[in-house]
Ligand binder design. Sequence first.
Ligand SMILES: Nc1ncnc2c1ncn2[C@@H]1O[C@H](COP(=O)(O)OP(=O)(O)O)[C@@H](O)[C@H]1O
Ligand SMILES: [Mg+2]
Length: 354
Amino acid sequence: MKVAVLAGGNSPERDVSYSSGCMISNALAEKGHEVALIDVYLGIGTPPQGLQSLFKKYPNYQKQSYKIPTTPPDLEKLAAQRVSDTGMFFGENILELCRLADVVFLALHGSAGENGQLQATFDLLNIHYTGTGFAGCVLAMDKHLAKEVMVANDLPTAPWVYLDRYDQLNWDQIDSLGYPCVIKPPRGGSSIGVSIPQNKEEFLRGIQAAIASAEDRQPDLLVEKYLAGREFCIGILEGISLPAIEIIPNEGWFDYEKKYQSGLTREVCPAEIPEELSIRLQDTALKIHRALKLGYYSRIDFKVDGDGNIYCLEANTLPGMTPTSLFPQEAAAVGIGYADLCDKIVRNTERKEE
Ligand SMILES: Nc1ncnc2c1ncn2[C@@H]1O[C@H](COP(=O)(O)OP(=O)(O)O)[C@@H](O)[C@H]1O
Ligand SMILES: [Mg+2]
């Protein structure tokens, strides 16, 4: 198949995305596909032999790699790197190239790739893409909306307070959660803008950090009760829960650096937990996946307290996809290697509306 792998973008998670994109492209080329890896925001110039010539197959395909820097990228400098200023999110030739592909593999992270806007646009353009459709993306990307759906379906999630405006705080509500608590931009990812304040001073600083990192520049915030305990993720693939993976940071919590720099976090898959807990996590994850209308694959994140109570933190429609990312590790635990996983995702792309 002819596959365009879309990565990068203009989100703080662009480096993570590009790194995933390289690995996915290599894997798909290894599986015999014709592959073009492109940065959705930067765009690409037209080669002399036309856009078709950007799809490469082995032996002409050249392996790609990209190392994620320790800190999120400087987005101010990005505009200058665009092939041309298209006046829109999509860079030069991106939509044309996507229309030439049989399938677009979304290796994006962050707002435009995960919040459903791109999926809805592609539906209207009759471009076929991997993963969840736009409605599921809208529900899962907004952590507050997703939590409302979970509660409506009796599915467990961390207690929270939603604040419409960071500059009009209701301290009674916030204090009811106690300290430490967890501040999150409602539509963020990769722990960017997340903080765990221990007191009111740290809380006020945390709010500024969350607001500054909000890609969509909205003034709302989510504050969650801090949950001590173990952290697990469950991947869903083809309507089935994969084995739980446990995340054990060497110290502190699972922040940006610990997510993407090797050696700072230990991951155990299958998690060393009683079968009863593992089944409960898998069962809950699948129910959350369905309630949020997620597609062929997803990853649901949980905390589990000392009494074995489970709480969902969030659902991810485009989980990290480097070979060492959590979701591919879970697939590997049931014998699905990385290249096979990428191949399955491409081959199971639903044809959306014609
Ligand atoms: N309520 C909570 N209690 C304790 N730790 C939390 C809580 N919420 C988030 N965290 C920590 O912050 C990390 C990022 O939070 P998460 O909700 O998964 O957002 P993101 O979309 O940025 O991954 C989690 O992996 C976890 O380590
Ligand atoms: Mg998470």
